[in-house]
Each structure stands twice: as structure tokens, then as C-alpha cells.
Design a binder for this molecule. Structure first.
Ligand code: FE2
Length: 335
């Protein structure tokens, strides 16, 4: 069974890590070039977070067991003969954390643990330390919000082409994966598509993808101890290697990220209501303030319902079953 170390142990581990952090930081290879390019193009860093006991099986298993239902996803994907995909939502179904990990190791599923820092303070300390180091090197980056999530993926599971709305870093802990990062502009990211994601009308993985764009992607094969960061909204997709993959992501919101969100949201409303096409995207001046007013008005009038947070759960994790899961009677889970 999983040892009852509780959050106190997490405090100890990262207090020890933090004591060393000035001399022995988490991110290992800052240089002037990376500092200058941070946030404007894809970058690869070396880190040592993968050595932390936070990512050992017992610790992850305890997180899985303690995760409130609204703080985890477990998914698989059905791929039809015509290539169309259907992402499926599942549940842990009362298994122990180690049983869930075993199902992921040999199956075709992935688990995302949200807000592990709310369950175990060791992850909160890791998140604090990471952003403290980033801010030390890139002081212009004013972090308003930050978030950590853990991804545990079966061998060869793909992460489909998508973009995220906040600043992103991807930290490899175990296994090996290849990340393709595309420019954050047309045709790789059509503005109306980004607006629909911002408005909550479309899922991030709804972005159209053309394999021909791979020639324009920056491609990184990452191993334990590698971290990637890329420019805001840059579309990306991942090919997991033939092994269990454990990674975590950190996300951040800065004033610039927030202003981009407001402009994309306002433009999405204006495009829909007024049919405008070439909408400016300035994040300052009149453009920004009219988008902020448009967003506020749309929210006040409840113009925007979004895609909601309803999940149709139709499988449960099962380490004994093919793929690591079995079908159950479908039900709707609402966040
Ligand atoms: Fe992503």
C-alpha cells in the first residue's frame, strides 16, 4: 500500500531542495540567448525536477487515490477506419493508485492530474521554485497566476494537435517523447479558430492539422531532465515513445497573456455578431479597450454559453483488460 507520508513530507523534501536551489537550481542551463528568446520561440532547457521523489510511483499513486473527481481526467481515443478520432472520458473506478499506474504502463490510456499542489504541498513548492527561478532570469515576466498538472501516458499514445491559452512549459520526468511545435500564426493557427477556443466554443484539439506543416515545426525529442517552453498559443502535438511517459506542465498567466485573451475573446464576439474579418489584434490602446468592453458586455448579456464542462464517461480503468480499460454504462459527469 501507499505510505502515509502526507503533506508534511512534501514540505521537508522541497525545503531541502529549496535550501540547495541557489547553488543547485531546478533549471540548469540559462544563458543570454535563452533569456532573450524566452516566450518568443520554442526553447529546450535542462532541469533536475525529474530526480525529485515527487515523481516516484508511490507518490504518484497516492495523488491518484486522493484526487477529487473534478481534478483528474483519464482518457483514451477511438480511431475509426476512416481516421476520425473520438476522445473518450473514463474514471479510476475505485482502483488503487498503483493499479491505475499499472494500467497506464501496459495500456492505451492517459491520466492528467490537475492541481496536485492542492493535495500535496511538495508540488506547490516545486511550482513556486520553478517560477521564482524563471522570474529571476526573466524579470519582465510578471506572473499573475500559475498552475501545475501531471501527465501520465501509455506507450505510443499521441497528444493531438492543439494550442493552449496560457504560457506553457513541458517537463519530461520519465520516458521519451517527441514534441512538434508550430508557429503561432496562419495557416497553423487560424485566428477564428483561436477565438472559438478562447470563447469556450471549441475544444483545444479541434484545431485543423495538416501533416505538410511538420516541415515548418520545431521538433524536439525529450528525455528525463528536458524541459520545453514555447511562444503563446503555439500549436503543438506530441508523439509519446514506446514506454510509460511521465511529464508535468506548468502554465502561467501574465498581463500580456491576459490581454491576448481579452482581444481574442472580443474579436470572437465581434466576428460572430458583426461579421468582421480582418480584426486588429493590438493588446493596447483603443483596440484593447473596445475588446475589453465587448467581452464585459458579452458576459453581462450571457451571449457566450461556452462548451460547458460536461463529460460523458464511458469506461473505467482496468489493468487486467486490453488497453487498460473496460467499457461501462455511460453517464454524464459535470464539473
Ligand atoms: Fe498543450
Amino acid at each position: 500500500m501507499i505510505p502515509e507520508e502526507g503533506t508534511q513530507s512534501g514540505k521537508l523534501e522541497f525545503a531541502q531542495m529549496n535550501d540547495q536551489s541557489k547553488a543547485d537550481p531546478i533549471i540548469l542551463d540559462w544563458d543570454a540567448d535563452k533569456i532573450a528568446k524566452f516566450g518568443s520561440e520554442p526553447l529546450k532547457f535542462k532541469h533536475r525536477a525529474h530526480l525529485s521523489p515527487l515523481f516516484e510511483d508511490d507518490r504518484l499513486a497516492r495523488l491518484i487515490e486522493q484526487a477529487p473527481r473534478e481534478n483528474y481526467y483519464v482518457n483514451t481515443v477511438d480511431i475509426a477506419p476512416d481516421g476520425s478520432r473520438r476522445r473518450r472520458e473514463g474514471e479510476f473506478g475505485g482502483l488503487s493508485g498503483l493499479e491505475v499506474l499499472n494500467a497506464v504502463k501496459s495500456g492505451s490510456i492517459w491520466v492528467m492530474l490537475l492541481y496536485p499542489d492542492q493535495t500535496d504541498s511538495g508540488y506547490a513548492k516545486l511550482l513556486e521554485e520553478i517560477y521564482s527561478e524563471i522570474h529571476e532570469h526573466v524579470p519582465s515576466l510578471k506572473i499573475l497566476k500559475k498552475k501545475i498538472s501531471i501527465l501520465i501516458s501509455s506507450p505510443n499514445i499521441p497528444v493531438f494537435y492543439h494550442c493552449d491559452l496560457a504560457g506553457q512549459t513541458l517537463w519530461q520526468v520519465r520516458g521519451q517523447k517527441t514534441a512538434y511545435v508550430y508557429p503561432n500564426k496562419e495557416p497553423y493557427l487560424a485566428q477564428p479558430n483561436l477565438e472559438r477556443i478562447t470563447l469556450g466554443e471549441a475544444h483545444e484539439i479541434s484545431l485543423p492539422y495538416d501533416p505538410d506543416w511538420d516541415k515548418d515545426a520545431k521538433v524536439f525529442t525529450i528525455e528525463p531532465g528536458d524541459m520545453l517552453h514555447w511562444q503563446l498559443n503555439a500549436p503543438h502535438r506530441i508523439e509519446n515513445g514506446p514506454c510509460l511517459n511521465i511529464s508535468f506542465t506548468t502554465e502561467h498567466v501574465t498581463p500580456s497573456v491576459r490581454r491576448n485573451f481579452v482581444v481574442n475573446y472580443g474579436n470572437g464576439i465581434l466576428r460572430r455578431v458583426g461579421g468582421w474579418q480582418d480584426l486588429p489584434r493590438d493588446t493596447t490602446g483603443t483596440t484593447y479597450w473596445t475588446r475589453l468592453a465587448t467581452m464585459a458586455a458579452a458576459r453581462a448579456m450571457k451571449l457566450q454559453r461556452g462548451r460547458g464542462q460536461k463529460f460523458h464517461v464511458d469506461f473505467k480503468v482496468d489493468p487486467e483488460a486490453k488497453g487498460g480499460y473496460r467499457d461501462i454504462a455511460p453517464y454524464v459527469f459535470e464539473k
